[in-house]
Structure formats: structure tokens, C-alpha cells
Design a protein around this ligand. Structure first.
Ligand code: FE2
Length: 263
């Protein structure tokens, strides 16, 4: 059994600044405290983008400081709020592809983890261009190992109209890269939506979860602007073995009473 942590949408800002009435650095620190206390045996920690809220260098400095507290390797990717250059300054060890996109591969037990870059400067929606899709198609063609895919933007509608408008738009290159490999993609993890959601797309199971700072309210009607909320933050605890995987969602700030439910 291999355990890894899924974090998303940390949205760090310059130290001392608040975001939507919350302190993203404090929230992240509490999250890391919880991982250290409860899941320090995890073999990796994945962070699916929107690491920083406006891509400020100080946000990446704080992120690297907090993530450095973890004993396991950390695999971050970019979201629409991120700044590729500032990120790379503070995370020089994270691989990039030949075009400079933050795309790379890491082994997660018997699975190949493929980490994708859907960031496009100046826009909120996701972009996965022909060059990025070419990298993915090449990786998928290499062998028949089971795959875990990580990206910030979902490539499909989830039923929240304000978020569906800023998903991965024009996803044809992405869809064509994964075509024929759907059966090997054991799970697709993404961020961006700031809500716990599970389902399948093209027969691929997917999950996403709340961020560590602010959230998106469950509004399936078109509210025009994205409806924010202060629902509790989360991280995911993923258990992998040869037969499949399980995703647990942990509301790490919850302090409600624990008690015995009997046998
Ligand atoms: Fe976000």
C-alpha cells in the first residue's frame, strides 16, 4: 500500500496580506501540521496548482518554506493564478519539458504519475496546447504501465456554470492525446474548482477537493460571478495498491468531538 497526499489551491499571497478574510499562509501551515501529525508516512505530496494567488515571488517563498517541512517529496504543478517564472525561481528542482512547461513524470508505486501544465498567462481558463499535448502523447506511448494524471483545470463541465466557463477550453489536443489510453488512466486528479467532486469522464475516474484557503459555493445555477465560500479546507489522502486506489478527504481544521461508535 502506498499513501500520498493531494493538496490543491493554496493561493498564497504576500506575507501579512489576507485573502477573502483568511490568511492563506496560516491555513497552509495548519495543513502541513496535520499531515506531519497524521500522515507523515505518506510517500509523496502532490499540489495541483493555484499555489499562489497572484503569482507573487513571496508567495512561492512561503510555499517552499512550508512544503520543506514535509519529509516526503513534493510534486507541484501550476494553476491559472500562478506565474511560471516566479514559481521556477523558488522551485528549481521541479522538472520542465523541452518547451519550458512545468510537465514531468514521477513514479508513484507501480503507477506512472504524469503532471501537466495548463497555465496560460493572463487568462483564468486552462490551455493545453499542441506542444504540451505532444509531450503527453509521447509519455503515454512509452509503455503500458497504469497512469495517474494530475492537472489543475478539468477538461470537461462539472455543472457549476461559472467554473465550467474557465475549465480547460478547446480541450481537443488533450482529448486526442489521451485517446486510446483511457483504460490505463486509473485516476485523474485536478484542482481549480475548490469543491469535493468525484465522478468519471471518458471512463476515467476523477476527483478534486477544496483548497486550503477559500472555497467555491455549490451553485448549479448561473450566478454570473463565481460564488465564494468559507467552507472548511481539505486535503486528500490517497491509498494505492495493485488493485486500485482509494481517496479519503480530510477536513483538517475540524475539531468536532471524536467518540466511540461501538463495534
Ligand atoms: Fe484556485
Amino acid at each position: 500500500m502506498l499513501k500520498f497526499i493531494h493538496l490543491t489551491d493554496t493561493h498564497l499571497v504576500e506575507q501579512g496580506h489576507a485573502l477573502y478574510g483568511l490568511d492563506p499562509r496560516h491555513r497552509l501551515r495548519r495543513c502541513i501540521d496535520s499531515i506531519l501529525e497524521e500522515h507523515a508516512d505518506a510517500r509523496a505530496c502532490v499540489v495541483t496548482g493555484d499555489l499562489a494567488h497572484v503569482g507573487h515571488p513571496d508567495a512561492y517563498r512561503q510555499l517552499s518554506e512550508q512544503l520543506a517541512r514535509l519529509p516526503m517529496p513534493v510534486f507541484p504543478i501550476l494553476g491559472n493564478h500562478d506565474h511560471r517564472g516566479n514559481f521556477r525561481q523558488y522551485f528549481p528542482e521541479v522538472p520542465v519539458d523541452s518547451q519550458g512547461f512545468v510537465q514531468y513524470e514521477k513514479a508513484l508505486g507501480a503507477y506512472r504519475g504524469l503532471f501537466l501544465d495548463t497555465n496560460e498567462p493572463g487568462v483564468s481558463h486552462g490551455v493545453f496546447c499542441a506542444q504540451r499535448a505532444h509531450w503527453l502523447a509521447e509519455r503515454l506511448a512509452e509503455d503500458e504501465q497504469p497512469i495517474l494524471l494530475f492537472m489543475h483545470h478539468p477538461a470537461f463541465d462539472l455543472g457549476i456554470p461559472t467554473m465550467d466557463r474557465i475549465r480547460l477550453l478547446q480541450p481537443e489536443a488533450f482529448i486526442s492525446a489521451v485517446k486510446g489510453h483511457e483504460h490505463r488512466i486509473q485516476h485523474l486528479f485536478f484542482g481549480h474548482i475548490h469543491r469535493p467532486i468525484f465522478g468519471t469522464w471518458q471512463d476515467i475516474p476523477f476527483s478534486t477537493l477544496r483548497g486550503t484557503n477559500h472555497q467555491v459555493a455549490l451553485r448549479l445555477d448561473d450566478t454570473g460571478q463565481i460564488a465564494g465560500s468559507h467552507e472548511p479546507p481539505q486535503y486528500g489522502v490517497v491509498l494505492l495498491n495493485e488493485t486500485g486506489l482509494t481517496v479519503h478527504i480530510h477536513d483538517f481544521l475540524d475539531t468536532s468531538e471524536r467518540f466511540s461508535l461501538g463495534e
